[in-house]
Ligand binder design. Sequence first.
Ligand code: HEM
Length: 259
Amino acid sequence: MQRLMTFYDTSIGKKLVVAVTGLIMYGFIIGHMLGNLKAFGGATALDQYAEMLREIGASFLGNTTFLWFARIVLIVAVVAHVVTIIQLSRRNRASRPTRTVRRRNASTLAATWMAISGTLILVFIVIHLAQFTFGWIDIHKTGTEGFEYGAVYSNIWGAFNVWWVALFYVVMMAMVCMHVYHGAWSMCQTLGVDAPPRNQMIRGGAATIAIILFIGFCSVPVAMLTNALSAPPIDEMAVEPQKYERSPQIMNVSEGDQG
Ligand code: HEM
């Protein structure tokens, strides 16, 4: 343990933590985007997929145990990623020359961008969970169903039929994907896989993944807003919704109430 902490205290140890936790989040975000595409298979396909995630290992671990394990890994990864980046940037600042000779070069601009977009993404995740996981923020088009546990398709259909909710997601996805692009590139530098003959290919690969993520994530809100994806069937209910506990609704706004 002592050796592990000593290693973590070195710059390379910290960079490794940033890279590994970044990879975990990369895996999550790619998986999440692919899962969202189930919406194109219809309401039942998406809801059953979400239910399947809750039930992984249910026979021996109990319902949602695996999901909670994955959530805890993700939360630990996010916290370790953010804390370590803050420590690294403090260390870098302390070892930099005085203000008068400090120059605003490309790498400081990229670091500033990563800090701002990273903070906004954290805020987005809080709003996102409050909206689609807990249903505390329930904004949906007038005449559509409000938030219902397990009725994932219906929940996002109602929300994305409010134009500014769909636009908010498109803007946030652009931010997430640019963050992921810069993150992937600097992760390659951290891991030492960058080298002049390969750099163009690495940058191209990172940009391609970011663009695929952007198109994949945005396709769902855009298709729902434009009705390319149809409304959920009237009787679409959560898959056995009674299994899930209800939380208090802090905010329940339908489009007609927004003035
Ligand atoms: C258009 C884009 C997105 C859509 C439509 C979407 C949709 C959803 C929905 C419906 C849920 C709840 C699933 C359920 O309760 O079964 C969810 C959960 C979640 N989303 Fe997203 N999401 C999007 C983008 C993102 C992005 C970019 C991130 C991360 C930066 C993210 C992070 C999460 C997290 C952490 C959860 C909670 C997972 C859990 O604990 O079960 N989402 N998303």
